[in-house]
Ligand binder design. Structure first.
Ligand code: AMP
Length: 158
C-alpha cells in the first residue's frame, strides 16, 4: 500500500479507535496513523544532522577516537590549535535532552573526554564547552562537547 500524496484528496470512511485512526478510501485502499508514522520516520532520515551523517559514515571526518558509544573528531573550523568535538552516537539533541536512561552514556562521554585530552597531551589544561540551544550558540542539534586547547583562552567567552 502506498501513501496518499500530500495534495491528494482522500475520501472514505474514518474510524477512530483507542487513539488510532484509519481512513478506508472509496477504492478500498486504507491509510492510518501507522502509515503517517512511517512517513514521519522517512522525513526524519532525510533531515539527518551533519553529525549523524558522520556517525553513519556518509560524510568524512578527521576522527581521533571512537568506540561503540561515542566519537571524537577534529572540528572543521577550529577555534584553537586543538579543537575536538566529542559526541554520543545516540541521537540526543543537547544537554537538556539527556535522560536518566543515558546515565552510563553521560559518564562514558566524560571518560572519553579525559582519554582524548590525555592522548592529545593537553590534560589538565583545556576548556570544555557544550552549547545548549540556538541562543547559546548551538548550530548542530546533536549533543556535542567542544574540547579547546593549545592557546590561552579568554574569559568571559563571547
Ligand atoms: P555548535 O555551534 O556548538 O553547535 O558546534 C558545532 C560545531 O560543529 C562547530 O564548531 C562547527 O565548526 C562544527 N562542524 C560543523 N560541521 C562539521 C563537520 N563536517 N566536521 C567537523 N566539525 C563540524
Amino acid at each position: 500500500m502506498g501513501y496518499p500524496h500530500a495534495l491528494t484528496r482522500v475520501e472514505g470512511r474514518v474510524a477512530i479507535r483507542n487513539g488510532a485512526w484509519e481512513v478506508t478510501a472509496a477504492g478500498a485502499a486504507s491509510y492510518s496513523n501507522q502509515n503517517l508514522f512511517a512517513v514521519r520516520t522517512n522525513v526524519t532520515n532525510a533531515e539527518k544532522t551533519i553529525f549523524k551523517k558522520i556517525i553513519d559514515g556518509e560524510i568524512p571526518a578527521d576522527i581521533v577516537y571512537q568506540d561503540e558509544h561515542c566519537l571524537a573528531f577534529n572540528d572543521i573550523a577550529p577555534q584553537a590549535p586543538i579543537h575536538v568535538l566529542v559526541i554520543p552516537k545516540k541521537e540526543i539533541e543537547h544537554l537538556d535532552a539527556i535522560s536518566a536512561e543515558d546515565a552510563f552514556l553521560a559518564a562514558h562521554l566524560f571518560t572519553v573526554i579525559q582519554k582524548v585530552t590525555r592522548d592529545l597531551g593537553v590534560n589538565h589544561s583545556y576548556r570544555l564547552i557544550s552549547n545548549c540551544g540556538a541562543a547559546a550558540g548551538q548550530t548542530v542539534p546533536h549533543l556535542h562537547f567542544h574540547i579547546l586547547a593549545g592557546r590561552n583562552l579568554q574569559w568571559p567567552p563571547g
